[in-house]
Design a protein. Structure first.
Length: 152
């Protein structure tokens, strides 16, 4: 069984980059507006707060865009911008689709439920499309690798 890479397609990455650009523009506009209207004594606190929050939001989005999961014979490797983690197949209890509601809409992703420890989000699986065929395909790939590894 060869390694399989799970992540965003090129089209999905481009869509995410558009969202990241829009969020960056919103925070930049907020920084400029606050910088021009806030009292001088409080101005830099507000500008710094908008800037820091904007940087954190951008890093989170970049982490989501380039996050990947690698399915190997021994387990699943979760690779993100900020971390790498390997989980053996024997430590996985199930793979689930998770629905999250936010102000920007409904989002789905895949979660690995472990035998012990907390559940982990599979990088490269976030989508806003209901009944997304690509998300379903990713889930099937993970479950196939998991069932083959546990059976052998």
């Amino acid at each position: 069984m060869s390694e399989v890479l799970i992540g965003f397609s090129g089209a999905a990455r481009r869509r995410c980059w558009w969202r990241t650009g829009i969020v960056t523009l919103v925070f930049t506009g907020g920084m400029v507006a606050v910088g021009l209207t806030a009292p001088t004594s409080e101005r830099w606190w507000w500008v710094g707060g908008f800037g820091a929050f904007g940087v954190v939001a951008d890093i989170d989005m970049i982490n989501r865009i380039y996050g990947r999961a690698v399915l190997t014979t021994t387990g699943i490797e979760l690779r993100t911008f900020a971390s790498r983690r390997s989980i053996p197949w024997c430590e996985i209890a199930s793979v689930e689709e998770r629905l999250r509601a936010s102000r920007s809409g409904l989002w789905w992703d895949l979660r690995i439920v472990r035998v012990r420890g907390r559940s982990l989000t599979v990088p490269g699986t976030l989508t806003h499309r209901m009944r997304d065929a690509e998300l379903h395909h990713k889930r099937v790939l993970i479950q196939e690798h998991w069932s083959r590894a546990v059976a052998s």
